[in-house]
Design a protein around this ligand. Structure first.
Ligand code: BG6
Ligand code: MG
Length: 210
């Protein structure tokens, strides 16, 4: 193993509550029921695929133009909420583990579906930290498709077999497996049958890799 490719949301930092608030504001405005259980289904899913899940409970169908406007509205609310994030939102455990892996000689990359990846990394003080960033802005297929991780490996000039993917979403474990990567899964991702290393906390990566 020569590199680690980290999912962002739910692995490096916790943006779930901001996604929830932003989708909830849109759903409330449209009179559509939305709760935290539905929000859990949006983990690792692209923005437009998330919108389709939110609209499952709508009473009418919406045109593509309306859906594009809804996605933009949700994202504007979300980006506004992200302004609250600061380096305090990076836990000591994550910071120390990242530093230990780097000191151990690993290349470190991000593989995230989010188009807000670079904004979030800069808010938490990791804007210049990673060796490669593959995100929602450079892919055409979202997880469970492996594209985002394959692009990260290519940016590092490494083969998938040389990179460990770290994920909190089942769709992310499926993506890693489909791309030929081993994976470490946190939370619900640890329960996926294709997860190579189920872990209870981020710091356990040191036990696997060092
Ligand atoms: C993923 C999140 O990282 O990014 C999803 O887990 C989110 O919940 C997706 O929908 C897309 O994010 P964004 O920032 O491009 O809307
Ligand atoms: Mg995630």
């Amino acid at each position: 193993m020569k590199a680690v490719i980290f999912d962002l949301d739910g692995v490096i930092c916790f943006t779930d509550k901001y996604h929830y608030q932003a989708w909830k504001a849109l759903a409330d405005r449209l009179g559509i029921y939305f709760d935290e259980i539905i929000n859990n289904r949006l983990r690792g899913v692209s923005r437009m695929a998330s919108l389709d899940i939110v609209l499952e409970r709508a009473e009418r169908a919406y045109s593509q133009e309306e859906k594009d406007a809804f996605a933009a509205e949700k994202n504007a609310t979300y980006v506004e909420l992200l302004q609250q994030m600061s380096p305090r939102d990076l836990s000591d455990e994550v910071r120390e583990t990242l530093n230990a892996l780097r000191a151990g000689g690993y290349k470190l990359a991000i593989g995230s579906s989010s188009k807000n990846t670079k904004l979030i990394l800069s808010r938490i003080g990791l804007g210049d930290f990673f060796d490669a960033i593959s995100d929602g802005t450079n892919i055409t297929h979202s997880k469970p498709d492996p594209e985002v991780f394959l692009m990260a490996a290519e940016m590092l000039s490494l083969d998938p077999a040389e990179c460990l993917v770290v994920e909190d979403a089942k769709a992310g474990i499926q993506a890693a497996h489909a791309g030929g990567f081993k994976s470490a899964g946190i939370g619900e991702a640890a329960e996926h049958p294709d997860c190579t290393y189920p872990i209870a906390s981020f710091g356990e990566l040191k036990k696997i890799l060092l």
